[in-house]
Design a protein. Structure first.
Length: 316
């Protein structure tokens, strides 16, 4: 996980410092133990090759005793240093200033992420899925929940791990200082598609983030093209609306990802490329790409599928 060693914010930097210290101490201990073991093996060989082994002298025994005491004391010291560094890192992580923090509520599901941007003004709240956009330089408080089993939230370049537990809300706070795209793999085995439960994290300069958020607050526009209108009609009259929501239509279900701006996302179902071909294959048989996924298969006539894809393609 090279991302852990490329911190994009203060929290990850604290964790990376601790990681380097642990690596240095553990490498030193490993080399010292290997050398001591090598010496012991060589001495034992020499002793067995000598015909008449003499009994160990008292001064030799004393020397060995001193070495053992010194090694034990050094081990204790190194463990205390590690403990101290770990406590200090923990305290540093808790000291992140949280003025003007952005609050995002992330709920993990098998196997996708529901993401709600909270706001003091309820009409400014909005929702997306499988992506977490953040402004740089501003602290973020992420509230974490799970709907089914335990998952784990982890953006290696930005922050450490925190579990998402069904029935209990936890929080994690961090700040992204470097703009860029980060990967957040689910870090707790949560079933068949655990390895394909990834959150796309994108840190943008504050102005770009505000523009992104404003675009995502807006409901989906009603298309004027007849084919796109037909697709919209299929969506809200068929089984799609039983699980999904599109703001600005009558589809308002929450058991699947919100699709109001699905066309703007980098990925579908958190791992597939967001292309019409992949979307058609996903709608037709989700089990091919993600065995075990809750989304059922839909066999649509060609013309219906084209209309549905055309409509979903407008949801930018
Ligand atoms: Cu969700 Cu592993």
């Amino acid at each position: 996980m090279s991302e852990v060693l490329a911190p994009g914010g203060p929290q990850a930097a604290h964790i990376a410092q601790l990681w380097w210290l642990m690596l240095a101490i553990c490498a030193f201990v490993f080399i010292a133990v290997t050398l001591a073991l090598g010496c012991a093996v060589l001495r034992a060989r020499r002793a067995t090759s000598e015909t008449a082994p003499e009994s160990p002298s008292t001064s030799g025994e004393k020397r060995v005793g001193l070495w053992v005491k010194a090694a034990a004391a050094l081990s204790m010291l190194l463990l205390v240093i590690l403990l101290g560094a770990s406590v200090m890192t923990d305290r540093a992580l808790a000291r992140l200033p949280l003025d003007d923090a952005l609050v995002v509520h992330v709920t993990a599901n098998q196997w996708w992420w529901d993401v709600v941007y909270e706001d003091a003004q309820p009409d400014r709240e909005f929702r997306t899925a499988n992506e977490l956009y953040l402004p740089t330089g501003r602290p973020v408080i992420v509230k974490l929940d799970a709907r089914d089993v335990i998952h784990s939230f982890w953006i290696p370049s930005l922050t450490g791990k925190k579990d998402l537990l069904p029935g209990r809300t936890t929080t994690i706070q961090f700040r992204a200082d470097k703009a860029g795209e980060y990967r957040a793999p689910c870090a707790e085995f949560c079933g068949l598609q655990h390895a394909f439960m990834t959150l796309d994290v994108v840190a943008l300069a504050p102005a770009s983030f505000d523009a992104w958020a404003d675009a995502h607050r807006a409901p989906a526009a009603t298309p004027s093209d007849p084919m796109e209108l037909r697709g919209r009609e299929l969506f809200v009259s068929g089984s799609c609306m039983l699980c999904h929501a599109i703001l600005g239509t009558s589809a308002n279900a929450r058991s699947g990802p919100d699709l109001t701006h699905v066309a703007s996302r980098a990925h579908l179902a958190s791992v597939l490329p967001n292309t019409p071909v992949a979307l058609a294959a996903w709608i037709t048989d989700p089990q091919v790409a993600k065995p075990g996924a809750n989304m059922p298969a839909h066999f649509l006539a060609d013309a219906d599928m084209r209309a549905l894809l055309a409509y979903l393609g407008t949801l930018r």
